[in-house]
Design a protein around this ligand. Structure first.
Ligand code: NAD
Length: 711
């Protein structure tokens, strides 16, 4: 089941009912009649067809009637297709997250099965004509049919359920491994959702999820003709034999080990999906469908699933940012500048040139650095071309539109300049002061600072109102978040331009106040600080590194530290301590680690597995720390210290008005730090573990918004 919808916690909107419309289509060559069912919610393409209880009940009625017609010999086949652009985008998550009892949850699973199983029990061959998006319960409609065609232009076929705290429980967990083999099924059900990568039509066909790819232009006619050839016995679709029991076992055992190594039991859904797939080989369909119902019922009543639907809803709504000024105030950008040609600058230049389609100039302090930046631009564009994201012609135009120089006057005529020079306040102030000499008085000056005060950066300018923060994350192309920073002096026009640009760059903007570290770095660096502080007080590094495993974060803390760059991490920690106080602890061990350049992590044992702390880090800390202050913690103690610190900090952030709601913090952590949907970002996790109540004396979100409603 499942895929799209908008989360409203305990207060679901009324179901947007998808109807099953039937018409009879004559088959060629006297083969009889094909009953064509079209799933349609009667709304335009901006409102995807989703499947809720009423829609499912309607589908059951329609398919039951068709079964009677099949038995009466009136029809030779049944096919299911969708309204333009969609087969169906899955279960209506709003309805799923509105469920308040396990009985009701069980009913959702059973209802879906009651409808879908008819597609396998029709008495005549059944076909899915996959004309568009087929996600979750939408794809499961097709999987329950005997045969599947897909239009060549379909770009999104997937079973995303395990990423949303669910299992493909309307037949998917049972049918996929039997259809495509257990190894590919593990990819479809577990790996792809984690990577958030749907299949294209051709990929789905290559996998065996669908039988044939047909021309999109006259897809329906072609599908009917293909179905007729199947009925006439002219086309026989080969079905693979079930993998042998030993293979099945070996693949599922390996998949379970991988789940343990990456998720550490932090969320139940992937494990439940794997259990269902492991049993699928030797279970009959009735028992397998009943097991799917039970798994769905347990998961629908889990806090992890509710937090996931909440987070999914935040991400969907995130493209309409809160607090943005009137978009009409935004100024057009016809030429953009980037100051610096380093790691961030080159990536920002490519993004601006690609998405705004304007000339972009970069400036650095010497020709070698400029050339290095331009080489990084060329490499980034080559990756885009190699990945099929832009054509080679467009790639060449993109490279040509980005120029580099050491001269200041290249910025003349820029409506927007983003500075990404070294993180030093005086340097950034000087850069802005110089820019004021060459750009128009209303040109917007943006800073990519990670933790410095944007207000301080603007203070001595002739036009401080034009300065705004645009905090991109590394890697710029992949990270969907931009923290848009409003300094105390920022004008609505500059802010509106920042939002308009962010939107055109395809990023989600969150408006943040000008406080050190904004949202993401403040919490990430705090977390690192607390972990390091535990080591400073005698907790073994390996204990500290493992302690956060139960959170299921994208990587362990020392690997994050390594990714950020130890020197950068220390620099930001130091600057946040200066701005926010001793909650951001000092660590002699960390300073020594950075000074000596000691490796922080060991190589990962295999691709995709976590990098663990290097034992050499222990030696460095042992040499630097003051043992008289020892108070070692165990893993639970470190986890508790981190949870407590995060709750305290979030309390401060809300009091300071860094953002106005916990939802914005969660959106930032999901999109800027990759924290899991199962945590709901972070505040649902702090609520459900009782941390916010204990530390702040209150929940951060009302119960039912991102958890199973409590009493
Ligand atoms: P970097 O060291 O790779 O690049 C900085 C560049 O600025 C260097 O090439 C340097 O020569 C150049 N520079 C210094 N003074 C200059 C001047 N007066 N005029 C023109 N160029 C000048 O650093 P980076 O990692 O790209 O970081 C740049 C900014 O982006 C910093 O403010 C940093 O905090 C922020 N940032 C970094 C990351 C990250 O992950 N690295 C993420 C978000 C934000």
């Amino acid at each position: 089941m499942s895929a799209t919808g908008t989360a409203h916690g305990a207060d679901p909107r009324p179901e947007r009912v998808t109807h099953a419309l039937v018409r009879d289509v004559p088959l060629p060559d006297g083969l009889g009649t094909l009953a064509l069912v079209t799933l349609d919610n009667g709304l335009d393409h901006t409102k995807p067809t989703t499947l809720g209880p009423q829609g499912i009940a309607g589908l059951t009625q329609v398919l039951t009637a068709l079964q009677a017609r099949a038995r009466a010999g009136e029809i030779a086949a049944v096919a299911v297709t969708g309204k333009p652009y969609y087969l169906a985008a899955g279960a209506d998550l709003t309805q799923v997250a509105g469920v308040t009892s396990r009985e009701q949850a069980l009913g959702l699973g059973r209802g879906g099965h009651a409808a879908y199983r008819l597609l396998g029990e029709m008495g005549v061959p059944t076909f899915a004509f996959v004309n568009g998006v087929a996600l979750g319960g939408g794809l499961e409609v097709a999987l329950n049919c005997d045969h599947r065609t897909v239009a060549a232009d379909v770009r999104a076929l997937a079973l995303p359920e395990t990423g949303l705290g669910l299992v493909p429980g309307w037949g998917g967990a049972y049918l996929v491994p039997r259809l495509v083999g257990i190894e590919r099924a593990v990819d479809v059900v577990l790996a792809r959702p984690a990577a958030n990568k749907p299949f294209s039509a051709q990929e789905a066909a290559d996998l065996g999820l669908v039988d044939v790819v047909l021309d999109a232009a006259d897809f329906l006619e072609e599908s009917v003709r293909w179905a007729a050839r199947v009925l006439a016995g002219e086309v026989v679709v080969p079905r693979r034999a079930l993998d042998d029991a030993a293979t099945w076992r070996a693949v599922t055992d390996a998949a379970r080990e991988r789940l343990d190594a990456t998720l550490h039991g932090s969320r139940p859904a992937p494990y439940r999906a794997l259990d269902l797939m492991a049993a699928a080989r030797d279970t009959d369909r009735d028992a397998a469908f009943a097991a799917e119902d039970e798994a769905l019922a347990d998961l629908i009543m889990s806090d992890e699933m509710r937090a996931s639907v909440y987070a999914f809803g935040l991400v969907q709504a995130g493209r309409r940012p809160t607090g943005a000024p009137d978009p009409a105030l935004a100024q057009p950008v016809t030429k953009a500048g980037v100051v610096g040609a380093g790691l961030m600058a080159a990536q920002i230049a490519v993004l601006l040139a690609r998405r705004l389609a304007v000339p972009v100039v970069m400036r650095d302090i010497d020709p070698a650095r400029v050339e290095q930046g331009l080489a990084a631009v060329r490499a980034a564009v080559e990756r885009l071309v190699a990945g099929g994201r832009v054509t080679s012609d467009a790639g060449a135009r993109l490279v040509a539109s980005i120029t580099g120089s050491t001269e200041l006057d290249v910025f003349t005529g820029c409506d927007l300049v983003v500075e990404a020079v070294t993180e030093v306040l005086e340097l950034k102030k000087r850069v802005f002061a110089e820019l004021e000499q060459v750009v128009a008085p209303d040109a917007v000056l943006a800073t990519n600072t990670s933790a410095l005060s944007v207000t301080a950066m603007a203070a001595d300018l002739a036009h401080p109102e034009r300065v705004v923060g645009l905090h991109f994350f590394n890697p710029v192309a992949a990270m969907p978040l931009v923290e848009v920073v409003r300094a105390t002096t920022t004008s609505d026009a500059a802010l509106a331009t920042a939002f308009a640009v962010t939107d055109r760059l395809g990023k989600t903007a969150v408006l943040v106040a000008d406080r050190p570290g904004f949202v993401v770095n403040r919490l990430l660096v705090l977390l690192l600080g607390v972990v390091v502080d535990a080591v400073e007080h005698g907790t073994p590094v390996e204990v500290a590194d493992r302690a956060l495993d139960p959170l299921g974060l994208p990587m362990p803390p020392f690997a994050l530290f390594d990714l950020v760059g130890p020197a950068v991490g220390l620099h930001v920690l130091t600057s946040l301590r200066a701005g926010l106080g001793e909650r951001f602890p000092r660590s002699a061990g960390l300073e020594k680690l950075v000074a000596e350049g000691t490796p922080v992590v060991r190589p990962a044992p295999a691709k995709g597995l976590p990098q663990r702390v290097d034992p050499a880090v222990q030696t460095v800390f042992d040499a630097a720390r003051d043992r008289s202050a020892d108070a070692p913690l165990d893993e639970a103690g470190v986890l508790d210290a981190v949870r407590t610190a995060l709750a305290v900090e979030i309390g401060h952030m809300l009091d300071e008005g860094v953002v106005t709601t916990p939802q914005q913090i969660d959106l930032c952590m999901v999109l800027g730090a990759g924290w899991g949907f199962h945590l709901g970002g972070i505040t649902p996790y702090l609520d459900r573990t009782g941390t916010s109540e204990k530390v702040l004396g209150r929940r951060l979100l009302p119960t039912g918004v991102a958890d199973v409603p409590r009493g």
